[in-house]
Write a protein that binds this ligand. Structure first.
Ligand SMILES: [Zn+2]
Length: 417
């Protein structure tokens, strides 16, 4: 029997197999074709030698559960950091509002740093510990850097974060508070990404750039494991995922593919990618049947987490959307903002714009015929609204103060005093 966590890397493009090597992040052959920027060439996928043939006795918050499904030497590789094991909330009121039969919210706002990115950072930190590496660096629109800073603090690892200087205040303050060395870049996320790659080469840091470090995709698959385990023996028909670089979707897809291979589920749900109209390189590529995305110069959206010019994981993300039989939709900034109070007031989940975009995305997918109203749907809500309160504030009307009298209150609320 293979030891726990035994795995190889498989290139997502040329299918070449590679043995584990701390210095190996992308396929050497395919990455030789890498242009400046653009989709990462030669993204590596993890192939585990053994997957558990039945659900482990321990729950997903237990490092023994994680070690059964993730490429680590053992449970002891994980720092003590409670990423994942977030609730899957049945959401009948939102289902009624959107006109669908069965709807669940995978509430990843409950991760310790407030976003899905904690899942990837936990695995990357575990691997850095195994490799004896002390400093991890990442480029981030905000959440990945914050998650890395938080896990690094728990694990006693140094972290360096390259982030667009325009990132929401809460994300910057959060990562600084966790003790990361933060480099606000006077430029785009894409420029921060390239700068981080160069800095890691120069200074010998371990790189956690999303869709570059293969463990970022692998780490996010735990969201799929938890959805499947909670709904077992039912598999949802559709999972709706917000897409920037396309790594969360790739991770969710990988989780369901692994579960099907292990015989724990009967199929992979259809994956629906949601992108903002102003940052929709992957959705455009899907619409025209292309296997790679054309960068969107000057990409912009109120959903900062989804704002990328050249999605790094476009190729793999597009393949997984197609393999699942899913699709992609775009949503306007106005619809994204309106979705924040819709989600919050129908299920008690306060989401940042990128995460609320799944609500608008489901509506768009229903209109486009990508999802039927009688299907079971999971929305992956990836980050808390507390990360970008100014954006959420644009979608609600703040009442003027009243004088402290019952009469005034009655007048304000339209009630009889
Ligand atoms: Zn390759």
């Amino acid at each position: 029997m293979d030891p726990m966590g035994d795995f190889v890397f498989r290139c997502s493009e040329c299918r070449q197999e590679y043995a584990e090597d701390p210095a190996l992040l992308v396929c050497p052959t395919c990455s030789a074709r890498q242009g400046p920027g653009g989709s990462t060439r030669g993204v590596l996928e993890v192939e585990l030698a053994d997957l558990p043939g039945r659900w482990p006795d321990h729950g997903p918050s237990d490092s023994r559960f994680l070690a059964e499904f993730l490429p680590v030497r053992g449970p002891g590789s994980f720092p003590t950091y409670p990423a994942g094991d977030t609730p899957l909330l049945p959401s009948p009121r939102l289902a009624t509002r959107l006109g669908v039969d069965s709807l669940w919210i995978k509430d990843d706002t409950r991760n310790p740093s407030g976003s899905t990115k904690d899942r990837a950072s936990l695995l990357v930190a575990a691997k850095a510990r195994e490799y004896g590496l002390e400093t991890i660096a990442a480029a981030s629109t905000g959440n990945a850097g914050t998650a890395l800073a938080a896990v690094g603090a728990a694990a006693g690892l140094q972290t360096v974060v390259f982030v667009p200087a325009t990132a929401p205040e809460a994300k910057l303050v959060q990562m600084l508070s966790y003790g990361a060395r933060v480099v606000p870049v006077d430029g785009t996320y894409d420029e921060a990404f390239e700068l981080c790659l160069a800095a890691c080469r120069q200074f010998g840091w371990y790189n956690r750039n999303t869709a570059f470090n293969p463990f970022t995709i692998e780490g996010k698959k735990t969201a799929a494991l938890e959805i499947a385990r909670t709904m077992d023996p039912v598999t949802p028909d559709v999972v709706v995922v917000p897409v920037g670089d396309g790594v969360i979707l790739a991770g969710v897809a990988k989780g369901f593919v692994d579960l099907e291979a292990a015989g724990l589920t009967d199929r992979v749900p259809r994956l629906v990618a949601v992108q903002p109209e102003g940052s929709a390189a992957i959705a455009h590529a899907w619409a025209v049947g292309s296997d790679d995305a054309t960068p969107v110069s000057g990409a912009h959206s109120v959903a900062d987490s989804l704002t990328v010019e050249a999605p790094r994981n476009a190729r793999l993300c597009l393949r997984q959307v197609r393999d699942s039989g899913g699709g992609a939709v775009t949503v306007s900034d106005a619809d994204i903002l309106a979705a924040i109070p819709t989600l919050a007031s129908h299920c008690g989940v306060f989401a940042e714009p990128a995460a609320a975009a799944t609500v608008a995305g489901l509506e768009a997918a229903l209109d486009a015929g990508l999802v039927e109203r009688n299907e079971s749907v999971v929305l992956l809500v990836t980050g808390t609204g507390l990360k970008d309160v100014p954006a959420a504030a644009r979608a609600v009307r703040r009442p003027e103060p009243v004088e402290p009298s019952l009469e005034r209150v009655a007048l304000r609320l339209g009630l009889q005093a």
